[in-house]
Design a protein around this ligand. Structure first.
Ligand code: SF4
Length: 341
């Protein structure tokens, strides 16, 4: 990854570069990020030690939505390596969902009935500090041509599989050509009905939603759902809305899932703004997850009772279609677990 050159970029300027350029030229050092945000580097609560474990990575279009001069900006705090990541908290582990047990084939996780998840890319456009896969062994799960043949065979041999989920990393970090090949081959498996893509790229680099990608998604016979990931209303702007409109025009159902994060979106007002902005941009609120207990993210955690209280209040204030399902993932359970409200 190349360092970003901010010399000629103003905060209000919209980047015109290709998504590939934006993906390979992210902010990776706190000094240039601070300068871009009109802060002194020592105003950022940056930990080099935390960054050496899980690096700072912020794409330009996302950084442009951060408030200048605000070291507590809610988008910044989601991505800034923090000294608290190095503290030990009992119960916070490297594989909180115990996905290794369901990693049946290289690149494939089969833990729910009727659905398999493929780790299409180990790369992400952004490094979110609370990510439950921040310690995932992506290098052991690279899908080359042999692994892909094995995956196709596995899906073909199991008539119960109706849905393939592209995950990662970020599956849209891979090229349109590769996606086209995979989707075309999956479309030939008769018992498959749906393709779901989980990606943060439409939010953090909306330029990723190319005409070619939309054409690929529109022409597959598989019903396609794209689940974006935004945690704060400020993550939406007119470029994100334009990207989601292109997806909708390609007959893709767009949903948003969010993670409940202390200090970022744990107030009623912040949640109301998030789900309202998500819907306005074209993504229906889907899940609101409580934090997975991943090592390094405990400072984002809030209790279940606080989460339940929050969603009860939201239920009073929002129409039903704007209310996400409050859920957590429990290792070994055959589905997400909804938290009673
Ligand atoms: S984009 Fe998704 S997979 Fe990548 S670091 Fe963020 S939460 Fe994790």
């Amino acid at each position: 990854m190349k360092a970003i050159n901010t010399a000629n970029i103003t905060h209000d300027q919209q980047p015109e570069s290709s998504w590939q350029h934006l993906l390979s030229h992210c902010f990776s050092d706190p000094v240039s990020l601070a300068k871009f945000l009109q802060l002194e580097a020592d105003q950022l609560n940056f930990s080099a030690a935390a960054s050496s474990q899980f690096s700072l990575k912020v794409p330009l279009p996302y950084a442009m939505r951060m408030q200048k001069g605000d070291s507590r900006d809610p988008l910044l705090l989601q991505v800034l390596p923090d000294p608290r990541e190095l503290e030990y908290f009992p119960g916070f582990v490297t594989d909180p969902l115990q996905e290794a047990d369901a990693n049946h084939l290289t690149g494939l996780i089969h833990k729910y009935q009727n659905r398999v998840l493929l780790m299409l890319s180990g790369a992400c456009a952004i490094n979110c500090r609370y990510c439950f896969r921040r310690h995932f062994p992506y290098d052991d799960n690279k899908i080359g041509s042999q692994q892909w043949q094995n995956i196709l065979q596995y899906i073909e041999n199991d008539n119960s599989i109706e849905e393939v989920i592209f995950s990662g990393g970020d599956p849209l970090a891979t090229s349109d050509q590769r996606l086209d090949k995979f989707i075309t081959q999956l479309g030939k498996i008769k018992h498959l009905q749906r393709l779901r893509i989980h990606s943060r790229l439409p939010v953090v680099i909306p330029q990723r939603i190319t005409d070619h990608l939309c054409q690929i998604l529109q022409t597959t016979r598989l019903q396609t759902v794209l689940v974006i990931h935004a945690n704060h209303a400020n993550e939406f702007d007119h470029q994100v809305s334009a990207a989601l409109a292109k997806l909708q025009a390609a007959k893709v159902t767009v949903l948003n899932q969010a993670v409940l994060l202390k200090g970022i979106n744990d107030s009623v007002e912040s949640q109301k703004r998030l789900h309202t902005a998500s819907f306005a941009a074209g993504a229906l609120p889907y899940y609101l997850f409580v934090l997975d207990p991943v090592q390094g993210a405990a400072h984002f955690d809030i209790s279940d009772s606080q989460a339940q209280q929050l969603i009860r209040e939201l239920q009073r204030q929002l129409p039903g279609y704007l209310l996400p399902r409050l859920a957590r993932e429990i290792p070994g359970m055959p589905h997400k677990t909804l938290l009673a409200i």
